[in-house]
Every structure is written in structure tokens, then in C-alpha cells.
Design a protein around this ligand. Structure first.
Ligand code: ZN
Length: 64
């Protein structure tokens, strides 16, 4: 239903970690680097890119 394009209008994204497959809720406009919540993984999931963050993992779902 929701198409994931270049300009997501949602605020949060549920991102699946490419390393451990845990899902972490990421603020789409994160101003700081976001890491996987799994303490033994801590893969970078989002990198701030002036406004919108660059999501590194798979976006499972966009949340309002
Ligand atoms: Zn992980």
C-alpha cells in the first residue's frame, strides 16, 4: 500500500538490521547516528544527512 520513495512523508521507520535482523524504530529525520538496539550488534542503521537520515537497513514499515 505505502510506496517507499525518495521522499517519505512518515516520521518513523521500522528498520530491519542487515546483520542480526532485529527491528529498530528509527526517526526518519534523525540528527544523530542510529545504531541497532541489539547490544551485541550495534550496526549503524541510520546516518544523518542534513534533514533526512540515510537508512542503512531494510525499511519494513513506515510509521506516522
Ligand atoms: Zn543488529
Amino acid at each position: 500500500m505505502t510506496k517507499i520513495g525518495m521522499k517519505p512523508t512518515k516520521t518513523f521507520a521500522r528498520v530491519k538490521c542487515p546483520e542480526c535482523e532485529s527491528e529498530t524504530i528509527v526517526f526518519v529525520s534523525a540528527k544523530t547516528t542510529v545504531y541497532c538496539l541489539n547490544d551485541e550488534c550495534k550496526t549503524v542503521l541510520a546516518v544523518p544527512k542534513g534533514g533526512k537520515a540515510e537508512i542503512k537497513g531494510e525499511i519494513v514499515e513506515l510509521l506516522a
